[in-house]
Ligand binder design. Structure first.
Ligand code: DGP
Length: 111
């Protein structure tokens, strides 16, 4: 079972900020901004690269949850949503997840 599936099952504890029937959001263990939340589908899917027609409801549920999570976390002045995919994307956990970053003005370039 992957790390994020273990967080979903409760085997690994997390600082949960939002949960519904298909989505879980928790604080990143290595925050890169004052607010850094990881949003995951409860259904295991490796990355965005595996999304297809059968994923529509799951993808919609994630993006419907994101503004609710931002509100819960007090991100009233904007935030960033990003996902890393595969080797070149530096994806370290192979369970699709979206980072919500905010709580300060973020850098506008990757480097
Ligand atoms: P990525 O590089 O996109 O695969 O990001 C994975 C993120 O997941 C990284 O920012 C650290 C976070 N992370 C990894 N393991 C754990 C964990 O056990 N608990 C929590 N809360 N976050 C984790």
């Amino acid at each position: 079972m992957c790390i994020f599936c273990k967080i979903i099952s409760g085997e690994i504890p997390s600082s949960k900020v939002y949960e519904d029937e298909s989505v879980l959001a928790f604080r990143d263990i290595e925050p890169q901004a004052p607010v850094h939340i990881i949003v995951i589908p409860k259904e295991h899917i490796e990355s965005c690269d595996m999304i297809d027609e059968s994923s529509s409801a799951m993808v919609a549920s994630i993006f419907e949850a994101i503004p609710k999570i931002a509100k819960i976390c007090g991100l009233t002045n904007g935030y960033r949503v990003l996902t890393n995919v595969g080797e070149d994307g530096c994806q370290s956990v192979k369970h699709m997840h979206f980072h919500i970053l905010g709580g300060k003005k973020l850098p506008d370039r990757l480097s």
